[in-house]
Design a protein around this ligand. Structure first.
Ligand code: F6P
Length: 394
């Protein structure tokens, strides 16, 4: 029984990346096919009873709007990640990279789930080493990128310098990632996650978030999900990790509607940023529902899943910006904007901000259109998105 699982679900990466169970058979990334190994997984179960793959008759065909024109996308809820990617992008290199990252996310999910926490760190094993889970996630992601053979440079929040992954510049990619955002809340069992953005070629500075070809989050909570957006393909797409090790497409978001849910980060800034204080007062007065964990991944993901809401992380003279444009803010910007939402640093979309230094930091808001208009107007008096009055009654 173990053989067919090893071929696909843990076989495409070195044993250290695919370390959820032992594996001996490696299959190169170029051997991904939409038909073979995934199907063998259907009858396999690693942990006992497994979730079943939905029969085709229960699949939901979905529509999405692109550039104002309504078009039927080929993507179907219930597809495997591999099947979805084959329809979402013709770029085989990008498909390989996203599959390899999916393998790393799956292993990180297992490592987070089985980490022992004490004192200030949560640790798990990596080969013969015991490592803090954020450092372990970092290693696994670098390994996956190296193994993909399509990544030129990679850079992480833990190692904020370009690392040569050996892939080509032409037709290759550079990837920036936050390996485990919220690692300090693993012990409390809050949801944590991985964030990454993919840029074409060999540049991670002098580029904007809008230059990304894809962005994604791995989300380790009660459910493990892989949420991804591909530039030029409508929607932001959620894949659920099934017991049997497969990622199954379970949700597509193409619209963020209006709804009273707020997620206020860096709240201490309200002490000496009176405009931010006015905005928070507005949410409270208007009886918005507070949903904030202090983990940016679940706090932003809920906007995509619930299809409404606002996330803010605003700065002040004494509460400076800490969120990184490259590793967190720009990738989440693509995920939100592909989902039909909006992002802002107060003046413009975070996808329009040039990344000057790898460590650039910024304030940010993500949410529905009217929420972003309200955010910009309240903080700076006007909004580039404004077509009708939104207003904050202080
Ligand atoms: O990346 C830093 C981070 O942990 C984010 O995940 C989170 O949104 C933010 O800090 C929380 O900041 P604060 O506790 O100041 O609201």
């Amino acid at each position: 029984m173990e053989t067919s699982i090893a071929c696909y679900s843990r076989g495409i990466l070195p044993p250290s990346v695919s370390s959820q169970r032992s594996s001996s058979t490696l299959v190169s990334p170029s051997s991904f096919s939409s038909s073979s190994s995934f199907k063998r997984l259907k009858s396999s179960s690693i942990f006992g009873d497994s979730l079943r793959v939905l029969p085709k008759s229960q699949l939901k065909s979905t529509k999405a709007k692109s550039n104002g024109a309504s078009s039927v996308t080929k993507c179907e809820i219930g597809q495997s990640l591999e099947e979805f990617l084959a329809q979402a992008t013709p770029d085989k290199g990008l498909r390989t990279l996203l599959m390899c990252m999916g393998e790393a996310l799956r292993t990180i999910a297992f490592k987070v789930r089985t980490a022992s926490c004490g004192g200030t760190a949560c640790v798990n094993s990596f080969g013969d080493e015991q490592l803090a889970v954020d450092m372990l996630a970092d290693k696994l992601l670098f390994e996956a990128l190296q193994y993909s053979h399509v990544c030129k440079y990679a850079c992480s929040e833990e190692v904020p310098e370009l690392q040569d992954m050996g892939g080509p510049v032409e037709g290759g990619f550079s990837v920036a990632f936050d390996p485990l955002d919220g690692s300090s809340i693993v012990d409390t069992n809050f949801t944590v996650g991985t964030i990454f953005g993919v840029w074409p070629g060999d540049k991670l500075t002098g580029v904007t978030g809008g230059d990304q070809v894809a962005a994604a989050m791995g989300i380790y909570g009660p459910r493990t999900t892989y949420v991804l957006a591909i530039k030029g393909f409508p929607g932001t797409h959620e894949f659920l990790l099934l017991d049997e090790g497969k990622w199954q497409h379970v949700k597509e978001t193409t619209e963020i509607a209006e709804g009273k849910m707020f997620s206020p980060g860096n709240l201490r800034a309200t002490f000496d940023n009176s405009e931010y204080n006015t905005l928070i007062d507005y949410y409270v007065k208007e009886k918005y529902t507070l949903r904030y964990t202090g983990g940016m991944v679940p706090d932003v993901n809920q906007i995509i899943v619930k299809e409404k809401g606002i996330f803010t992380n605003v700065t002040s003279p004494t509460a400076k910006a800490k969120l990184r444009l490259l590793f967190e803010v720009a990738p989440l910007g693509l995920l939100i904007e592909n989902a039909g939402g909006f992002s802002s640093d107060g003046y413009k979309s975070v996808l329009d901000k040039t990344i000057v230094n790898l460590d650039d930091r910024t304030q940010v808001a993500y949410g529905s259109k009217n929420e972003i208009i309200r955010f910009e107007e309240t903080l700076y008096g006007s909004s580039r998105l404004k077509t009708a009055p939104i207003g904050v009654t202080a």
